[in-house]
Design a protein around this ligand. Structure first.
Ligand code: SF4
Ligand code: SF4
Ligand code: SF4
Length: 327
């Protein structure tokens, strides 16, 4: 009894200490005031470190309960996104200290590919994105992207059991299209203004898709079909060893299918005993399975430990981004 009580404190405590350590290093070592509070009040960064580390620990505590995990993933991801867009608006309308660099970037995820391709140089955001893939696989698309939170919120309710038709045809065509158009823009020296307008139109079409298709299908159609970064994540995630698997105890009841907003638990996936390529390891499906057949897997770890390790890494990165993540 007492040991199981202690075990429940391990994950939140680990998240608190790790986040506090990383943010302390940032506060001490980086000359530019990376932490939000520090920009407005000398020493305010220390208050922020305590608040953000505590919030990370709180989210970890809630999400370690399989039954509450989906609810708190949605809430915490929505908080992340709202905080990002509030800072963006305040940066534009009130004070440029709300923006990390003081420079404005288009808040459309596709820019992670097309921005560096158009400019011909690396971007800090792209490096951060790649580091999350190395550490957590697809967590960028389950809890770390400011835009996906909107698709997630709008995909409320039980999804249909039918898979999205021609999903891969659309996904690959859109990814290839974004890369080709960006390279053409660069070769033709299209001005930054027109390139930004192009990126803006791509973002607006995404919002329209969320409004029409995601809400209707109760599945994250924008993220699983339209967003080119989602497609990149679907493949790049395999450089990370975390996996979601379906064990032999599965009796094909299909109860998990309607919980997956990423269209990754269709009949073919369940027959193959592994979720489809669009799985982001979000963990929402775990509570749907009465046979306890869905598991996180990494090396030879027990499923529960593998899940806790994934939550530790994802929520720690989430918290650090929350403390610094602004445009
Ligand atoms: S698919 Fe695109 S919009 Fe959705 S979470 Fe991933 S990067 Fe963000
Ligand atoms: S299969 Fe499960 S873990 Fe993977 S995306 Fe779907 S709900 Fe999330
Ligand atoms: S809910 Fe569990 S038993 Fe039912 S199909 Fe999904 S993994 Fe199999």
């Amino acid at each position: 009894m007492i040991f199981s009580k202690i075990r429940t404190y391990l994950l939140p405590t680990g998240v608190f200490l790790f986040v506090a350590f990383i943010l302390t290093m940032i506060q001490l070592k980086v000359e530019f005031p990376m932490l939000f509070f520090e920009r407005f009040l000398s020493g305010g960064g220390w208050i922020e470190i305590f608040l953000v580390a505590s919030f990370g620990a709180f989210v970890a505590n809630k999400m370690q309960d399989i039954k509450q995990s989906a609810k708190w993933r949605t809430i915490s991801w929505a908080v992340f996104s709202a905080w990002f867009f509030i800072q963006l608006m305040l940066g534009i309308l009130a004070d440029e200290r709300f923006l990390l660099t003081g420079k404005l970037h288009l808040p459309v995820p596709a820019m992670l590919i097309s921005g560096p391709l158009y400019r011909g140089e690396k971007s800090v955001m792209t490096l951060l994105f790649l580091s999350t893939i190395i550490l957590t696989g697809p967590a960028w698309c389950s809890q770390l992207c400011y835009f996906g939170a909107v698709d997630n919120l709008m995909a409320k309710g039980k999804t249909s059991r039918k898979s999205i038709k021609n999903k891969f045809l659309y996904k690959h065509t859109l990814l290839a299209g974004v890369i080709v158009v960006t390279l053409v823009f660069r070769l033709l020296n299209v001005s930054p203004l027109w390139a930004t307008i192009g990126g803006g139109i791509f973002g607006i079409v995404g919002i329209v898709l969320i409004t029409i298709f995601t809400t209707k299908q109760k599945r994250m159609v924008h993220c699983t079909v339209y967003c080119p970064i989602g497609t990149v994540v679907n493949y790049l995630k395999y450089i990370n060893p975390f996996r979601m698997v379906i064990s032999m105890s599965c009796d094909m009841c299909m109860a998990c299918t309607s919980r997956c907003k990423y269209d990754a638990l269709n009949l073919a996936d369940i027959q193959k005993k592994k979720p489809g390529i669009t799985c982001t390891l979000c963990g929402d499906c775990l509570s749907a399975c009465n046979r306890n057949a869905l598991h996180y897997k990494i090396f030879g770890m027990k499923p529960d430990n593998a899940r806790k390790l994934w939550l530790f890494l994802t929520i720690s990165i989430y918290s650090v981004f929350l403390a610094m993540g602004r445009i």
